[in-house]
Design a protein around this ligand. Structure first.
Ligand code: ADP
Length: 570
């Protein structure tokens, strides 16, 4: 720009005295300055545009328009100020040739702009030379035309080179980007592997942490039982019941730990089902009542009729962990377990009047191994895993955990989950109080004599008459031998019997013999669900716990419609 303005000034100075009119010259010089001024403003606007990288086409149009106006101004000079004398001719030719040649490196960055500038600036002057008489003018027009074409070609090549170098630069940037991303991915993979490794270790530690609770209770109960036995005292049935309840707790915990290991392997089968809360709450109260009493705390339940949609053993595990914490972090007052509605959801709440949690610690308590006040990592004070297990289970089950706490006042941990209908016997239903089983005839068919005996013993204990056999014929024979002629109330049958017989077929034999449908429950160790599902009979899997069997039988005997039996499977 500076070069152009200087050469415009020199030209005007040359032509000032004659032969061009001064006004004409001044106006032209002004136009030169205004045009270059506008182009300067345009350039500044371009630099200030934050979007300029993506508005390339827009700015290219402005750039070309600017080049065209400048080219026109120089072209006008070449045409209007043309003087056929050597004194003026050479300086004009020099200035115009310089303009065109210099526009290769300056405007030539964008070829279309160079083309319009080049042609508009020099063509009029070439034409004027061509129209003049004489070799000198003709030669000059030819030389300038050659220069014009050469500049066009050079500018074209230059643009190709520039585009190629820009392309290469972007290719490099892309390459760099890809490398960075690869690095990032590798780093993430490393971190994931490390986290998985750490999770493994945490899992092992968590196992020992959580197994300790019921084991502890079992040790204490057995100790007491042993001492009473040694002292020749009668064994307290309540104590034995508590021991059994702790065994169940331990079993469920082991199940859940196994499930948790499956979560890590991505293979946890969460079975959401209709889950009655009251039995879960009662078992937990049973398990922790003594521990609470030993600390002088009340452990209270708000009785609930709610059923929820959850995986019962896993849910029980979550509530248990919350109660363990509530007991651990409460020194006076008590713990309250209950469930209440919250909008269209239900909230299982474990409230305590304990030490509470400071707001700044709140976000971290669910992280594994985080403990608010155990810098010495005394294992008696827990390992900091209880809540991380609760959190992991909650995300598997699709439940939400909510915590409210006031330091010094207490905490409320809530599990938010969906309700389920209340008219189905759910997991862990307590043993029915009324005695529908008493006096009923039950047929037990299993090819394992030991299993039949154990089952018969339990059923007789509940007041049933029991006949047993490997198959339908043996059962008939047993009934005849015992002089029983009544229709059996229930058939309990293993799925696979000896000699390739199927329990379901044997049950059918019995039914056709008595000429009526008899509620049938399949008890099996097999794990091929399709086989049973085809028959649409209630199925229980071995090992079957006494209370569950009792609940299922109770249900089968209360509901006469077979379709309903089939709908419910524990
Ligand atoms: P821990 O084995 O230490 O109980 P958790 O993961 O169960 O591990 O809990 C993490 C931390 O959260 C605990 O160390 C404790 O500081 C805090 N915390 C959990 N539950 C309660 C509660 N009911 N009252 C007060 N603090 C609690």
């Amino acid at each position: 720009m500076i070069g152009s303005l200087l050469s415009a000034g020199v030209l005007v100075w040359l032509l000032w005295d004659e032969p061009v009119e001064r006004r004409h010259l001044s106006l032209w010089l002004m136009a030169v300055f205004v045009t270059y001024g506008i182009r300067l403003v345009e350039w500044r606007a371009y630099c200030a545009d934050p979007q300029r990288q993506v508005r390339g086409a827009y700015w290219a149009r402005w750039f070309t328009a600017g080049a065209a106006v400048t080219g026109l101004i120089w072209g006008y000079m070449g045409w209007s100020f043309f003087q056929p004398t050597l004194l003026f001719l050479f300086p004009m030719a020099l200035v115009l040739a310089g303009q065109v040649a210099l526009s290769v490196p300056s405007v030539g960055i964008y070829w279309p702009a160079h083309v319009v500038f080049n042609l508009l600036a020099i063509l009029p002057f070439i034409l004027r030379n061509y129209l003049e008489e004489g070799r000198l003018f003709f030669g000059q027009s030819i030389a300038l035309t050659v220069l014009m074409v050469a500049c066009l070609v050079f500018a074209r090549r230059q643009q190709a080179t520039i585009i190629e170098s820009i392309r290469l630069r972007f290719a490099n940037v892309d390459l760099l980007d890809r490398l960075t991303q690869e690095n990032h991915r590798a780093e993430q993979a490393r971190q994931t592997a490390e986290a998985a490794n750490a999770a493994k270790s945490r899992f092992l530690a968590a196992a020992s942490h959580d197994l300790r609770q019921p084991l502890q209770a079992m040790f204490l109960f057995t100790h007491t039982l042993l001492e009473s036995a040694q002292a020749g005292q009668r064994i307290d049935p309540a104590l034995a019941g508590k021991l059994r309840s702790s065994c169940e707790g331990l079993e469920m915990l082991l199940d859940s730990l196994l499930d948790l290991s499956q979560v890590e392997a991505g293979a946890l089968k969460v079975e959401l089902g209709n889950t009655r809360l009251q039995p879960i709450f009662e078992r937990i109260r049973h398990e922790f009542a003594d521990q609470a009493a030993a600390k002088g705390l009340h452990l209270r339940l708000v009785p609930t009729v709610h059923h929820v949609l959850s995986d019962a053993p896993l849910l029980e595990r979550m509530v248990r962990n919350l109660v363990v914490n509530a007991l651990r972090y409460t020194e006076q007052g008590g713990i309250l377990i209950g469930c209440r509605r919250h909008g269209d959801k239900l909230r299982i709440e474990v409230r305590d009047s304990g030490i509470g949690i400071a707001p700044e610690a709140m976000v971290r308590i669910f992280s594994a191994f985080y403990q608010v006040a155990n810098p010495e990592r005394d294992r008696q004070k827990g390992l900091g895993l209880g809540l991380s297990i609760v959190d992991a289970l909650a995300s598997q089950l699709g439940h939400r955990i909510n915590v409210r706490s006031r330091p010094g006042k207490g905490s409320v941990f809530a599990i938010e989950l969906s309700p389920a209908p209340q008219n189905i016997i759910g997991y862990g239903e307590a043993v029915p109080v009324n005695d529908v089983l008493r006096g009923k005839l039950v047929v037990v068919m299993d090819d394992e004599a030991q299993v039949r005996d154990a089952m018969a013993a339990l059923l007789q204990h509940w007041g049933c008459f029991v006949v047993q056999g490997e198959n339908a014929e043996e059962s008939f024979a047993a009934m005849a031998a015992a002089g029983l002629t009544m229709v059996p109330s229930v058939i309990l049958v293993d799925w696979r019997l000896r000699e390739g017989r199927e329990g379901y077929q044997e049950a059918k034999h019995l039914e056709s013999h008595f000429g009526q449908a008899i509620p049938t429950l399949i008890i099996t160790g097999d794990t091929e669900p399709e086989a049973f599902e085809q028959q649409e009979l209630p199925v229980m899997r071995k090992p079957v716990q006494g209370f569950r069997l009792r609940a299922q039988l109770d249900y089968l005997l209360r509901t006469p419609s077979t379709e309903e039996h089939q709908a419910d499977r524990l």
